[in-house]
Write a protein that binds this ligand. Structure first.
Ligand code: F6P
Length: 320
């Protein structure tokens, strides 16, 4: 294999640049050239790429975002878009493509693989951590730490004013970020989309906490687990507590990656190139029980990653 490409697609996540660096430098050490496609699948469809060299990826390890830029591309979800991308890959003689992104990006990659001879390997990077086949995605640890730092600060006000705060974190339809940030911040209540949480259960927990002498509460709620304002109104009505809402938003997607996110990015990037060199495509790389592993991309896309509900039980026990 002489030439590979990289595309970063979907939401950015801290550590993507570290993965780009690892891919480029591993590829060069194995005498391969690298083309970086710009703006996600848009760049593949329109043949917009630039050469990436060990020097051009210098100084990016610590940067959030993606130097290749990214995009959510509705056109790539069509047959026509996928065919355009396949044409670019054959025209530019890209024999292997590393797709850095989440499950949506991998679904697109599976479609592309059916139309193209280029081998495709996925590197999971999303703050949502919702990719089946890896215990952790690039960027998740950084996002958890960003959310945690904010929740710790909000805790100061919650205690001082004896208030209840609903802190809404990202995660799309999944609760990985909420669960980990909630457990590590000692949140009194964690609400995730995977478990139906009744308003009365929340109210009851708050009443019990009040009886135990707790005068403030932090509720960490995943963005996909219902409306924060409705929850705040219900708590006011049922418990009488003053509730404030804090939506953490896009700050969770940015910033310098933690050591853990950089390490995963370096290991995943390196492994992805090794797979291509062995002519193994249609795979994703991942972390399974502390080891770097691979899984069929199709299987990853079609399987829902389970949330560890034992962690939720533990969080409830520790928050009493
Ligand atoms: O997938 C990452 C993520 O930040 C989700 O947590 C969030 O729901 C979504 O992206 C936001 O998407 P967009 O960047 O398109 O607004």
């Amino acid at each position: 294999m002489k030439k590979i490409g990289i595309v970063t697609s979907g939401g950015d996540a801290p550590g993507i640049n570290a993965a780009i660096r690892a891919i480029v430098r591993t590829a060069y050490s194995m005498n391969m050239e690298v083309a970086g496609f710009q703006r996600g699948w848009e760049g593949v469809m329109s043949n917009d790429s630039r050469p990436l060299t060990p020097r051009s990826v210098g100084g990016i390890l610590q940067l959030g975002g993606t130097i290749l830029h990214t995009h959510r591309s509705p056109q790539f979800e069509t047959k026509r878009g996928v065919r355009k991308a396949a044409k670019t890959l054959s025209h530019t003689k890209v024999e292997g493509l590393v797709v850095i992104g989440g499950d949506g990006s991998f679904r697109g990659a599976c479609d592309l693989s059916k139309e193209s001879n280029t081998l495709i390997v996925g590197v999971p990077a999303t703050i949502d951590n919702d990719v089946y086949g890896t215990d952790e995605t690039i960027g998740f640890d950084t996002a958890v730490n960003t959310a945690l730092a904010e929740i710790d600060k909000i805790r100061d006000t919650a205690i001082s004013h004896e208030r209840t705060f609903i802190v809404e974190v990202m995660g799309r339809k999944r609760g990985f970020l909420a669960l980990t940030a909630g457990l590590t911040s000692g949140a009194e209540i964690i609400i995730v989309p995977e478990i139906k949480t009744k308003m009365e259960t929340v109210a009851q927990t708050m009443r019990e906490n009040q009886k135990k002498g707790k005068r403030s509460s932090i509720i960490v709620k995943a963005e996909g687990a219902g409306d924060a304002r409705t929850l705040a109104k219900e708590i006011k009505k049922r418990v009488g507590s003053e509730v404030r809402i804090s939506v953490l938003g896009y700050a969770q997607r940015g910033g310098s990656p933690t050591a853990r996110s950089r390490l995963l990015a370096s290991l995943f990037g390196n492994k992805a190139v090794e797979l291509l060199l062995k002519a193994r495509g249609d795979k994703i790389v991942g972390l399974q029980n502390g080891q770097i592993a691979t899984l069929d991309m199709e299987k990853s896309c079609s399987t829902t990653k389970p949330l560890d509900l034992n962690l939720l039980l533990l969080a409830n026990v520790l928050a009493t």
